[in-house]
Ligand binder design. Structure first.
Ligand code: ARG
Length: 464
């Protein structure tokens, strides 16, 4: 059964039939499809387009279908073209010909995009709540590592002293921005296209505001052609997911490095590690590698959505049918990825000793040594030069800055005194960086409070 068979008397080619179908993808929106149909039919009643008896029959029929599908007594039959066809056919089977009135003043063009926006709104809530848990977990890790001295890297080379808490908290701020982007996007997502019809609304006196309110949309889409012929909300969702994915991917790359032998900063729990089929000693960070690997899919899907839309003349074209599968795929990947990384963070063990041992290796206090001379009045450029010579000397002797004798320091500058050793002590180096945003433990605590406040605001806004 085709909703559109009528003028076309010939049968669709078997392969074309399969190619045309979307039910395997759009069945995911079944409950949203029914919800939107109920709102639509109630509105038709309010506007005297259908009579009361018809409305009651159709709405009750739709509610029963929804319940049956939920309970499993009605299975979605994927032989139908799409979920809209399946629901309409089943409705007519259950309540008779009155069911055929459901589609009055509507097109699948506004129907599908309404269903899609409703489905994405539900996914939005789930993804953002997962993000909140993830950010909270990072904050916990930061809190318990405020004084775990760590080598901050640039170019992957030892640079300056930070703490593990300071470093890991970076990801909480990335996550907060991801959350903010999603929230900002909700304004544009949560607008109702319903009533736009195929493209030019309808001659029936429908009430678009009623259906918009009933379905929890913030407003209607103002132009009917726009309502059915853009997918910028799809692209924006993809783009938000891509940013989340690359943030997770970067953290995963660090997790992989940190579990590797030369670092040994962390131990992943067995729950998130795998072994090797041949090497008995192996414990591999496969989950982190998979999150990284799958992020490529999410970025690829963003590209697909951009290309799908770029050459389309107004209004609806069937090209748009390809908007859902890739976004659902990316949504599923991101939800699993956030859940898994949150679990990984919750269960990993920090090797404070190793992190601090590594920090002693790369002359990361050399800037502090130069700053010591600056405090004594030496110009920074000269101080930099003097300290570079001292580092060179230490490298030759295979010692750290803290091991070089005062008399050797004095050979390079008369300003060096005994107190230089306190200045270059790594804990002092971290404590001295009190500037807003820096690694001083009290300052990082302030940053943690900032994150916590943002998360609390988010939870309060959600009513959680
Ligand atoms: N399956 C279609 C989609 O996802 C539904 C809309 C069909 N509209 C049409 N004019 N053929 O876009």
């Amino acid at each position: 059964m085709k909703l559109w068979s009528g003028m076309l008397t010939g049968k669709l080619d078997d392969i074309a039939e399969i190619f045309n179908k979307s039910i395997n993808v759009d069945k995911r929106m079944v409950f949203e499809d029914i919800e939107a149909s109920i709102a639509h039919v109630e509105m038709l009643g309010n506007c005297n387009i259908l009579n009361n008896g018809e409305v009651i029959k159709i709405v009750d029929g739709l509610k029963i279908l929804s319940k049956d599908i939920q309970e499993g007594s009605l299975k979605i039959d994927t032989n139908y073209e799409d979920i809209h066809t399946f629901i309409e056919v089943k409705l007519v089977e259950r309540i008779g010909v009155v069911g055929k009135k459901m589609h009055t003043a509507r097109s699948r063009n506004d129907q599908v995009v309404t269903d899609f926006r409703l489905t994405l709104r539900k996914e939005y809530r789930e993804i953002t709540s997962f993000l909140v848990e993830y950010i909270e977990e990072i904050t916990n890790l930061a809190q318990s590592n405020l004084d775990t001295i760590m080598a901050g890297l640039t170019h992957l080379q030892p640079a300056q002293p930070v703490t593990f808490g300071h470093h890991i908290l970076t990801y909480a701020f990335m996550g907060l921005r991801d959350l903010e982007r999603m929230k900002d996007f909700l304004k544009r997502l949560n607008q109702s296209p319903l009533g736009a019809g195929a493209l030019a609304t309808t001659t029936h006196p429908i009430d678009r505001i009623y259906t918009a309110k009933k379905l929890g949309f913030d407003s209607i889409m103002q132009n009917s052609i726009d309502a059915v012929s853009d997918r910028d909300f799809v692209i924006e969702f993809h783009s938000n997911l891509s940013l989340i994915a690359i943030h997770l991917s970067r953290l995963c790359e660090e997790i992989i490095l940190w579990t590797s032998q030369p670092f040994s900063y962390i131990n992943l729990s067995d729950e998130y590690s795998t072994g090797s089929s041949i090497m008995p000693q192996k414990k591999n960070p496969d989950m982190a590698e998979l999150i990284k690997g799958k992020s490529g899919k999410i970025i690829g899907n963003l590209n697909q959505s951009l290309i799908m839309v770029k050459g389309l003349a107004l209004a609806y074209s069937k090209d748009f049918q390809e908007d859902k599968q890739s976004l659902f795929e990316s949504i599923d990947i991101i939800k699993l990825s956030i859940k898994i990384i949150t679990g990984m963070l919750k269960t990993l063990k920090i090797n404070k000793e190793n992190i601090e041992k590594q920090a002693k290796k790369g002359f990361i206090n050399a800037t502090d040594l130069a700053d010591y001379l600056v405090e004594k009045g030496v110009a920074f450029r000269d101080a930099h030069h003097i300290c570079a010579k001292i580092v060179g000397k230490c490298i030759k002797e295979n010692i750290g800055l803290e091991d070089l004798k005062l008399e050797d320091y004095k050979k390079e500058s008369e300003f060096f005194e005994e107190d230089l050793y306190t200045k270059i002590d790594l804990l002092t180096c971290v404590r001295n960086r009190k500037v807003l945003g820096g690694p001083n433990p009290e300052e990082v605590n302030r940053q943690i409070d900032f994150v916590k406040r943002a998360i609390n605001d988010e939870l309060n806004n959600r009513g959680e």
